[in-house]
Design a protein around this ligand. Structure first.
Ligand code: TLP
Length: 346
């Protein structure tokens, strides 16, 4: 009996480490990273800082931890944080922004994830005894809940200029910033040069088992390191996490193009099926969000029917579905997904 092949489109977080990564883990030079003595972690942090055009970097356990640490590093309790209303920090991080960082999120709506500089300016109210201090603008690129959409370097520049003019810092949740850079064929530094600090994830499309990196100036990283410890994120022989990260930064970025082509193929294929609606202009990287409003099925029923065919996807609401392409998804899996959706939709 052969094991059933599962087509897992729930997220690019399901990717497994490559053979080369496992080999790198086996041979990693290790030390105690709380003493900053793990040579492999130190090397990864150097490469990350260089890649992003910043002074320093810090390996942390997850994207959520990176975002929380950066909120606490960039702002003081009670401060006001401007972010996009569908951002990951606001939606999916268990309210850590308030529960742990003690900050007031000030969400602004947008059409595709890119904030309007004028609306940001309007949200920064003048100093007044009644108002909290606005101290940080958070961006997200690619923007997950808007469909993996890209915020262009020019859009980042415009909105960051408004923040900086008003003495706010700018932080980028760049969990999938490599997808944006590869899709636009633009150097990463174009996306990072207007923000003060950022994070990116190793554990998504880059296929590492664990880890994210915070990147910024020396002082930001020094304070972030301390906060990582408070939050229980000080790791010891973390070189076993950093080693696959180095492989990822050296060899896993260009291949993201394949994921984008597969996402586009999937989106175009299912957009032809009656009852399914895909906004193709939003399919810019490795995500496909679509509505099944026109089908006589709820999202949960749709997901179960896919599962009977060994295909996994996420239901985001009564009729909204998300599929994400990654290294484990090849063209033949996309074809099978399209034909399966055709069948269950009739
Ligand atoms: N996103 C996950 C889920 O939490 C929704 C996914 O499957 O897409 N920023 C962004 C933009 C993210 O998409 C994610 C993860 C994170 C931060 C958090 O990263 P982790 O999962 O490492 O804490």
């Amino acid at each position: 009996m052969f094991a059933k092949e599962i087509i897992d489109l729930r997220s690019d977080t399901v990717t497994k480490p490559t053979e080369e990564m496992l080999e790198a883990i086996r041979h990693a030079e290790l030390g105690d990273d709380v003493f900053e003595e793990d040579a492999t972690v130190n090397k990864l942090e150097r490469i990350a800082a260089e890649t992003m055009g910043k002074e320093a970097a810090l390996l942390v356990t997850s994207g959520t931890q990176a975002n929380l640490i950066s909120l606490m590093t960039n702002a003081n309790r009670g401060d006001l944080i401007i972010l996009e209303s569908q951002s990951h920090i606001y939606w999916y991080e268990v309210g850590g922004i308030s529960a742990i960082a003690g900050l007031l999120p000030w969400p602004l709506k947008s059409l595709t994830g890119s904030l309007d500089p004028e609306e940001v300016e309007a949200a920064i109210r003048p100093q007044n005894i009644h108002f909290p201090k606005p101290s940080l603008l958070c961006l997200e690129n690619t923007h997950n809940r808007h469909g993996g959409t890209i915020i262009t370097p020019n859009q980042i520049k415009a909105v960051s200029a408004v923040a900086h003019k008003n003495n706010l810092k700018v932080y980028l949740d760049g969990a999938r910033i490599f997808n944006a850079a590869v899709a636009l064929n633009v150097n990463l530094k174009e996306f990072t040069k207007h923000v003060d600090n950022l994070m990116f994830c190793l554990s998504k499309g880059l296929c590492c088992p664990v880890g994210s990196l915070l990147v910024g100036n020396q002082e930001f990283i020094r304070r972030a390191r301390k906060l990582r410890k408070i939050l229980g994120g000080g790791m010891r022989q973390a070189g076993i996490i950093a080693a696959p990260g180095i492989v990822a930064l050296e060899s896993m970025i260009e291949r993201l193009k394949e994921d984008h082509l597969n996402a586009r193929h999937l989106a175009e294929g299912i957009s032809k099926i009656d009852g399914i609606r895909v906004n193709l202009s939003r399919v810019q990287t490795n995500m496909v969000y679509f509505s099944i409003e026109g089908l006589a099925l709820t999202a949960d029923q749709f997901i179960s029917k896919l599962k009977e065919n060994n295909i996994l996807a996420l239901a985001l609401s009564e009729n909204r579905i998300r599929m994400v392409t990654h290294k484990g998804i090849e063209r033949k899996h996309v074809e099978k997904t399209i034909t399966t959706i055709e069948t269950i939709s009739h």
